[in-house]
Design a protein around this ligand. Sequence first.
Ligand SMILES: [Zn+2]
Length: 213
Amino acid sequence: MKHFRKTTTLIIATAGGSKGGKGMQENSLKTNIIKLRFLRNSQPQGREYTYYTPVEVSEGDIVEMETRGGIAKGTVTQINVPEEEIEPFKDKIKSIIGKVKEETPEDEDKPRKEAELKIGDESIYTEEEAKTLVECLGILQNTRGVGSFPCPRCGYNRMKDLVAKNALSRRADVYICSECGQEEAILDAAGKDPLPLNRWDMVIALAKEMKGW
Ligand SMILES: [Zn+2]
């Protein structure tokens, strides 16, 4: 049990393909394979399913996993399932998302949770995807050279008509309004974190559109 974390890392490396680099493990103590039953109306239903888990869980824990119909909850029925048992179908096994947080009444980290929720709601893009998105606009700006687009960072319609007269962002190959350009410079100078690309107005707008808002 105390080697759990190490084993987990190894198995995730195995399950996730080449991502982990070294660590395709030889020894076979597997502890991050679990069985669970899906919950419907808080009651376990149907047969047991096998999953990998990225976090340590115990029997009886409520966990979340992605399914075709969205995120579902399940209750852990078995942990430390031996790898031999899943050998024939291990390529098909997915990983759960994680444990469902217990609702504690005196929830001191509630504001933080709400903040996380907000980010999750507003932007479904990763930083890398967001960069691709804004740089697509950058290509369009460069191709046209003229014509006003809203500023991709703040969303205001205050870009100069001649694209090259605007500020080139420090974060991605795209022009932004001078105000945003200044803000980026100030944040950098002050050693503060930049506005993440997936929080840019254009990216949030696209994310909302994708979610049908
Ligand atoms: Zn702007």
